[in-house]
Design a binder for this molecule. Structure first.
Ligand code: ATP
Length: 576
């Protein structure tokens, strides 16, 4: 599976998105910029004051003439300190807000993506975008960006100050720029592939480690320890060699930067010497220009050394903005007309090559309970997903009361799929996901209806017990009952149950069947039945084979007809 099935925004799209965000926050941006300028300006002042000081000392000025300079330096230091802190806070706040918006947009789109898109793309890609990519952009927004922006402002203002001292000194300062650019031109094309190789080697090592740990029983059983250790060793060695390569390259890059610094400073000093001899500038001005330039060493290095992080953040941003470019159908709003579920000539394939459903039509009357039966791979889950609006048919329609399911307001159709999820948190909140305003009595009533109240109350903190990942463990059957209780609270007119009891062992299965029956009483219900007792209790049964309807009728009719269902039923009875 390609890891980039979800789109990645182009550079143009990413910039356009970023500019839109910044335009929306013009005021905040202007304030950040203004405070940043004050901070940079305040840090340039003491240096120019130093130049003035040198000239005063050379001219044997009186002690009192030094006082205003000392005051200026102290005030500039205070203002600079405050403004620099404020700039960092403002830039990170701006960055964090934009990032929060991006994360909300991405998750918002991801949650409304059609199931097929997510299945094809692989959830891993999406998870790495909202996880690792958000972290990379967050790091840039919170730490790298404030440094870079302050450094850029300081760089521009320092150059301006050098030109302000004397244009010739400014030109001498500019002379170092080409060496920096050359260093970057040497480094960037070399660093990108080696960093990418290092990242993938580290990824491969983690993958190997994870596989070995997850499959540790198999590894022990087949005595594969040595072989696994050897492969992990090899992968580690590759990652280590690449890391050493990255470090070597970086050290050589630092050498080039140092060379550029040396060249710049030497140019200013030599040129300054000449300018002083020609009486174009004073010694103090030359000294100030040299210190201004020297003070740029740190900021420039910071910008250059964070280039990789900025590149990673840029790539992450493009991946996040890319998710936002996916077309997502707006949530439906149509009200319920009648609770009749219909599928008409529905054709569907997970990919373009194989048709999984081939022109299926079925109808579930209001309040009717219809069971779908068929061998593995017949297409039952696919039909259920289409009926619930999780999958969209390639041809035909799935509708409730004549309205396509994707146009219906939320809460009219609900599905309990094979993967019922217990969300981490108090059990009662898990229930309230379906109905946020439900009170404790309603939640308890829902649990009671599905026969789960007794065990829920018996949990260590009753309904307030933390369940889900890291919380009190629930059995698979309890998880199913919780899902059924959520369905009761949501109170949909149409319920689709896909193997709601399949998880349970045979002892608990009957109890779960009973829970499912109670939860769906009075609702139009389409039920994927793997246990034929569930089908036998339904009003009508539809037998699917190879994506088409093979038989349809009541249990008694189908048994009497002696067809596929009758064979399945006979086999089921002899087994049980
Ligand atoms: N996400 C998917 N991507 C590709 N093919 C899929 C996917 N899900 C199901 N299929 C294929 O579609 C066909 C129908 O699967 P479906 O799960 O609907 O059948 P089923 O009758 O519910 O089977 P089971 O009883 O085993 O759950 C099968 O051939 C299956 O391999």
């Amino acid at each position: 599976m390609s890891d980039s099935f979800l789109p990645i925004a182009s550079t143009g799209e990413t910039w356009a998105w970023l500019c839109r965000q910044l335009r929306e926050r013009k005021g905040e941006l202007a304030l950040t910029f203004a405070v940043g300028l004050v901070a940079a300006g305040a840090s340039v002042v003491p240096v120019t004051a130093l130049g003035r000081l040198v000239d005063l000392v050379r001219d044997d000025a009186s002690h009192t003439s030094l006082v205003p300079i000392a005051v200026l330096v102290v005030v500039a230091a205070l203002v600079g300190g405050i403004a620099a802190g404020a700039t960092t806070a403002l830039v990170s706040r701006l960055g964090e807000r934009i990032l929060a918006r991006l994360r909300e947009e991405t998750v918002g789109v991801a949650l409304r993506l059609p199931g097929q898109t997510l299945d094809r793309a692989g959830r891993g890609d999406l998870l790495s975008r909202v996880g690792a990519d958000v972290a990379a952009v967050g790091n840039a927004a919170g730490e790298v960006l404030p440094t870079v922006i302050s450094a850029l402002l300081l760089g521009v203002l320092s150059l301006a100050a050098m030109f302000g001292l004397d244009w010739r000194l400014g030109v001498a300062g500019l002379a170092a720029v080409p060496s920096y650019l050359l260093a970057l031109r040497w480094y960037l094309p070399r660093s990108a592939p080696i960093y990418a190789a290092e990242r993938s080697a580290i990824g491969a090592r983690s993958q190997l480690l994870m596989e070995s740990l997850q499959g540790v029983r198999t590894v022990h059983a087949y005595r594969l320890e040595r072989r696994h250790l050897n492969s992990i060793d090899d992968a580690s060695a590759r990652a280590r060699d690449l890391s050493v390569g990255v470090f070597t390259l970086f050290t050589r890059f630092v050498g080039r930067i140092n060379r550029a610094e040396l060249l710049g400073l030497a140019t200013i000093l030599v040129a300054g010497f000449w300018f002083v001899r020609e009486s174009w500038v004073t010694v103090g001005e030359t000294a100030a220009a040299a210190v201004l330039f020297h003070r740029l060493f740190n900021p420039i290095s910071m910008i250059l050394f964070t280039f990789d992080e900025i590149q990673a953040a840029g790539a992450g941003l493009a991946r996040l903005v890319g998710v936002g470019t996916l077309p997502v159908a707006p949530a439906g709003t149509a009200p319920l007309r009648t609770a009749e579920l219909t599928l008409e000539n529905v054709t569907f394939g997970y990919d373009d090559r194989v048709k999984v459903l081939d022109g299926i039509s079925l109808r579930v009357a209001p309040g009717e309970r219809v069971a779908l039966v068929g061998s593995t791979g017949a297409g039952k889950t696919t039909v259920a997903s289409i009926a619930a609006g999780i999958l969209r048919p390639s041809e035909g329609t799935a509708a409730v009361g004549g309205v396509p399911v994707d146009q219906l307001a939320p809460g009219i159709v609900a599905i309990i799929s094979q993967e019922t999820h217990v969300f981490a948190g108090p059990l009662i909140e898990d229930l309230r996901l379906a109905a946020p305003y439900a009170d404790r009595e309603e939640a308890e009533a829902a649990l009671e209806r599905v026969g789960a109240l007794d065990w829920a109350r018996a949990l260590p903190d009753g309904l307030d017990t933390i369940v889900g990942e890291g919380g009190h463990p629930l059995t698979a059957a309890q998880g199913q009952q919780l899902a059924l209780a959520r369905l009761v609270l949501l109170d949909p007119a149409v319920a689709v149950l896909d193997e709601a009891t399949a998880e349970a062992g045979s002892a608990g299965a009957r109890e779960l069947e009973e829970s499912a029956l109670c939860a769906t009483k009075g609702r139009t219900t389409l039920l994927v039945a793997h246990r034929l007792t569930q089908a036998a209790g339904a009003d009508r049964i539809i037998v699917l084979e190879h994506g088409s309807v093979l038989e349809e009728g009541t249990h008694d009719d189908l048994v009497a007809a002696g067809g596929r269902y009758a064979t399945l039923w006979a086999a089921w009875q002899s087994r049980s």
